[in-house]
Design a protein around this ligand. Structure first.
Ligand code: CA
Length: 232
């Protein structure tokens, strides 16, 4: 049975959709914000993503844009306003369809089935194993990383930190978020752990660690991974 990831912060609405999708035989996973939505999409590789636009932490536009860099899982965007519809079209986000709230359940299910049928007929790649940004390349499955053709010797947490930064490139990540993602929610250390590992990582991946090209400090927030081949 296809698995559907529902990224929606309005919990009553999400529960109603979940109920109806499960009744149709789909298995449903739910994320209440954009960051968790992205995480679940990567970890669970759903067959289809239903993505709201107005979301806490990371909006649906950004989620869709990031997802498209690494996979072509079909996406249906949920919009509340006409100007969002215009933006979906204008940004060429790569969403497969959109539906404007409020919508009828029948119409929603019909579109969802159509997209799933289409993607079954043309199997899509599930997730990219190699991430690259500028001269940096990370192979997730073999846990190896390179700058240009030079392989980097990274400790486990450095590798995880680099992966997390590259996956979220262009986005300012707080120290707390990095701690949670890389060290886990149960980790007792403080956010200076992140700063120390960032320093080590810069020494390994930056040509001039004092004037970092990739890992930017975002004052008062944390860090952001930038690469020349992408804006911002
Ligand atoms: Ca919302």
């Amino acid at each position: 049975m296809p698995t559907i990831l529902l990224v929606e912060d309005e919990l009553t609405f999400a529960e109603t959709l979940r109920y109806n999708l499960e009744r149709e035989g789909y298995s449903v996973i739910h994320a209440p914000d954009g960051v968790e939505g992205l995480e679940l999409a990567r970890r669970q590789q759903p067959d289809l993503i239903v993505l709201d636009i107005m979301l806490p932490r990371l909006d649906g536009f950004s989620v869709c844009r990031i997802l498209r860099q690494e996979s072509d899982i079909p996406v249906i965007m949920l919009t509340a306003r006409q100007d969002e519809v215009d933006r979906i079209a204008g940004l060429e986000l790569g969403a497969d369809d959109y539906i404007t709230k409020p919508f009828s359940l029948g119409e929603f299910l019909a579109r969802l089935r159509a997209i799933l049928r289409r993607s079954e007929a043309h199997p899509r790649t599930i997730g990219r194993e190699v991430l690259s940004a500028g001269a940096i390349k990370v192979d997730i499955s073999s846990r190896r990383a390179w700058r240009d053709t030079n392989e980097l010797s990274l400790a486990q947490k450095e590798f995880d930190l680099l992966t997390c930064l590259i996956r979220n490139r262009g986005i300012a990540l707080t120290r707390d978020l990095l701690l949670e993602r890389v060290w886990g929610a149960e980790f007792a250390g403080d956010s200076r752990t992140v700063d120390v590992h960032i320093r080590w990582l810069r020494e390994k991946i930056e040509r001039d660690p004092a004037r970092p090209r990739y890992i930017q400090t975002v004052r008062g927030v944390g860090y952001r991974f930038d690469s020349a081949d992408e804006p911002g």
